[in-house]
Design a protein around this ligand. Structure first.
Ligand SMILES: Cc1cc2nc3c(=O)[nH]c(=O)nc-3n(C[C@H](O)[C@H](O)[C@H](O)COP(=O)(O)OP(=O)(O)OC[C@H]3O[C@@H](n4cnc5c(N)ncnc54)[C@H](O)[C@@H]3O)c2cc1C
Length: 450
């Protein structure tokens, strides 16, 4: 059996950020990754003889300081998300166009949307990101879902539908499934709602030339020989002086282990002796959101010629909560991407891929005209079908979880330290958060090692 200072489980951004810290500190380490590639929930691929397609995480935006540092360190170019022209709102089977962040609706609905966003931001600003459960109102907020909050404060059906579409796009789960306290934590963790929803000055502002995966590949380049692919960890034994880590193709010894995978997947690893009951229960209580990213490629972005930005916000009649122009200035193609999330995603996945393609054509024709029929290529990816993700963007907290389990999500268990986007306090759920969590877990180990 080979022996290391640390074994890192998972070669996503969290695991590789942890490994990078260990590498810089000259620790011996090994990364065990279940898939045959780096990146986990980030997956940059190619279609149509070389056009980039981001099947997973793709955007960075202001405030994600570590991501911009990495981009600069590796000399990687970014480019702006296309955001020029009119957006479309499809509500109650009526189409309207608008500009700016908030769709144009009747004044009363606008008032409720504005008031609700301000109220959510105001509450979120009072959350302690290191301890959301310590807020004086934590129990009230953690016993409510986001949906019950919206129903209380948003008094028109149109405003309610728009708030749902926006918040589902941010959280990738139904507003009825998620704790209000968790939503407030998530909002503060990424600054405020405008930042989470916006393209310009928001979390969707910039894209990576060559794909998001190129960043993680650059991070891991100096220690690629220390990454074992297709090595899913199945069992971790803890002993007084370290751990024995088992995969189907090998057994490895280490003094410390960083587990950098979503909680739902950590719950599938056998730990002996068993982890404390609170940790085991927690793993069962943080489900993953559901996202299907649906792409249509065209010979050119014809909607831009008609003054459309490509952005669409819809109600529950459409399979996609939101639609974006996801083209790049480095390829001639026009690229439209629809986010099908939560229940709409489960419904969409009942159809075959060919049927899903036809649906996308029909909806795009409704928004941008008959040229939408000239799709050159259709691609989609349902992250709930991925064995080593089980969903995305991130594991979310239903009611009662924060106030019951408090700091359990990050608390080390003997020699085992926990990382991953779910454990982040800043930019929780985002790639930036994953990187921060990996650095934090590595620093926990390096500090206990003196
Ligand atoms: C469709 C989609 C869109 C998104 N959009 C954005 C965006 O635009 N911007 C943004 O910042 N974030 C976005 N996100 C979220 C972001 O991608 C994730 O938060 C982040 O990549 C998570 O990184 P991680 O390292 O914590 O986890 P993962 O990326 O899930 O990494 C975990 C790794 O562990 C491996 N693994 C799992 N189980 C085992 C095991 N038992 N043994 C060994 N290895 C194992 C997995 O294969 C994986 O490689 C998006 C995610 C998705 C899927």
């Amino acid at each position: 059996m080979k022996s290391f200072d640390t074994i890192v489980v998972g070669g996503g951004f969290a695991g590789i950020a942890a490994a990078r810290e260990l590498y810089k500190s000259k620790q011996s380490f090994l990364v065990l990754e279940a898939r045959d590639r780096l990146g986990g929930r980030v997956h940059s691929s190619k279609v149509l003889n070389g056009a980039d397609i981001e099947l997973g995480g793709q955007w960075i935006g202001p405030g994600q300081d570590l991501m911009y540092q990495l981009v600069e360190e590796f000399g990687i170019e970014t480019y702006r998300t296309y955001d020029t022209g009119k957006a479309v709102l499809d509500l109650n089977q009526r189409i309207k166009t608008y500009s700016g962040l908030i769709p144009k609706v009747d004044p009363l609905s606008l008032y409720y949307i504005d008031r609700t966003i301000k109220r959510l931001d105001k509450f979120a600003a009072t959350i302690n990101l290191d301890a959301p459960w310590s807020h004086p109102k934590a129990h009230d907020w953690d016993s409510m879902t986001l949906e019950s909050f919206l129903q209380k404060y948003v008094r028109t059906k149109k405003a309610l539908k728009i708030m749902r579409a926006g918040m589902e796009t941010v959280m990738a789960c139904s507003t009825a499934e998620i704790s209000l306290l968790h939503v407030l934590f998530y909002i503060k963790s990424g600054k405020d709602i405008n930042t989470l929803l916006s393209i310009e000055n928001g979390a969707q502002q910039d894209r990576i030339k060559g794909g998001m995966q190129s960043i993680i590949e650059s991070m891991a380049k100096p220690f690629m020989d220390k990454i074992h692919f297709e090595n899913p960890v199945r069992h971790i034994e803890q002993h007084d002086d370290g751990c024995i880590v088992h995969t189907p193709s090998g057994t490895f010894l280490a003094r410390k282990v960083v587990v950098a995978i979503p909680p739902v997947l950590a719950g599938r690893i056998r730990f002996s002796p068993s982890l404390p009951i609170a940790k085991r229960q927690l793993f069962q209580k943080i489900p993953m959101g559901i996202v299907v990213k649906c792409y249509a490629f065209f010979d050119r972005p014809f909607w831009r010629e008609k003054g459309f930005s490509g952005e669409v916000v819809t109600d529950e009649n459409c399979p996609y909560q939101t639609i974006f122009d996801n083209g790049s200035p480095h390829a001639p193609y026009g690229v439209i991407m629809g986010f099908s999330l939560a229940q709409r995603a489960s419904e969409l996945m009942k159809f075959s891929k060919e049927e899903r393609k036809q649906k996308m054509i029909e909806w795009l024709e409704r928004y941008f005209g008959a040229e939408a029929r000239n799709v050159m290529h259709y691609e989609d990816k349902c992250w709930a079908d991925e064995e080593y993700s089980q969903g995305c963007y991130v594991g979310y907290f239903p009611p009662g979880v924060w106030t019951h389990y408090k700091d359990e999500i990050r608390k080390p268990s003997g020699h085992i330290h926990w990382a991953g986007a779910e454990t982040a306090t800043i930019w929780n759920g985002y790639i930036e958060g994953a990187v921060r969590s990996g650095i934090r877990a590595a620093q926990e180990i390096l500090s206990t090692d003196g």
